[in-house]
Design a protein around this ligand. Structure first.
Ligand code: FES
Length: 111
């Protein structure tokens, strides 16, 4: 095993406390890195860690409210939908995620 997730269905990937508020952490999968974002109110969202503009690492962006701003050219992406503000044709793939008993459960689907 190389530490890359291969699974279908929800799997335990981290503790909520592993991610700072208004921060992010990545999970490696066969389809590429997935960024887990934690908001200031402890909501967790999962998006592909790849900006649709020029592939900037969204996990290095700034989390504000339910949005993340890409670190490269400041596109603003809605965490709940993956849509890009002002660029309706662009969208970041999102993944089902939930928090249970302080653990983050992620469904990476079939990759
Ligand atoms: S790569 Fe994200 S805004 Fe350009």
């Amino acid at each position: 095993m190389d530490g890359t997730l291969v699974s279908t269905g929800f799997i335990d990937v981290a503790a909520l406390e592993d991610i700072p508020r208004r921060g992010a952490r990545t999970v490696s999968t066969p389809g590429g890195a997935i960024a887990l974002f934690r908001t200031g109110e402890d909501r967790v969202f999962a998006l592909a860690d790849r900006c649709p503009h020029r592939s900037g690492p969204l996990s290095h962006g700034i989390v504000h409210g339910h949005f993340v701003t890409c670190p490269l050219h400041n596109w603003v992406i809605a965490l709940a939908t993956g849509t890009v503000e002002g660029e309706e044709a662009s969208c970041v793939p999102r993944f089902p995620v939930r928090v249970k008993d302080g653990r983050i459960l992620l469904d990476i689907g079939r990759q």
